[in-house]
Design a protein around this ligand. Sequence first.
Ligand code: SF4
Length: 224
Amino acid sequence: MRMKERKRNPASPPLRAVYAELFAAFGPQKWWPGRTRFEVMVGAVLTQNTAWTNVEKAIRRLRRERVLQPQALHAVETATLAEWIRPAGYFRLKADRLKSLTTALMRDFDGNLNRCFKLSDEDLRAWLLAVKGIGPETADSILLYAAGRAQFVVDAYTRRVLERHDWLAAHASYDEVARLFMENLPRDVALYNEYHALIVQLGKTYCRPQPRCASCPLRHRLPR
Ligand code: SF4
């Protein structure tokens, strides 16, 4: 007979205090570094599984080729696009994903972002998630950083920090983690923007695969 799995009850995370401590430690992060809404959308696809410095090289190339608009990008051959975004890694897959995004934009909104961003939060999220290759993290990055919607973005760093502090139930889904933030913080675009960026900074600097707790600003919050 299988033993019943013991349910862990995570402590509720002091999200406001943690935000204040991270902001005091790292300062404003000034995200997202895209020049236009469409550039942010492209960046959100390109940044999957790669460092932002590699994305910047690919974006610079797209800018040089003057294709950072839905219609222009859509008109580029997928093989050519893949070559242009090669520095971002997984370039063939990402070229396919960008083409899926521009195909959906052209089909549903004639490539007009104003029309696309007229959708309600819920409908816009559902529309993005229906595009092949766009998962919740990419969709929510676009919602928050391109469309200015109060949607919290969850990434691997977020999950790692919460788990290490015993603030997350085992096997919590993406949406459960996002809800944890959205139900315990005001619905505030600027706050969500900064908070996600600070968590990324925390993950890159201290909460790495080998954590550097001794010098981390959240060390006093580790479970005993
Ligand atoms: S590095 Fe250590 S103290 Fe800092 S967030 Fe990660 S687990 Fe917490």
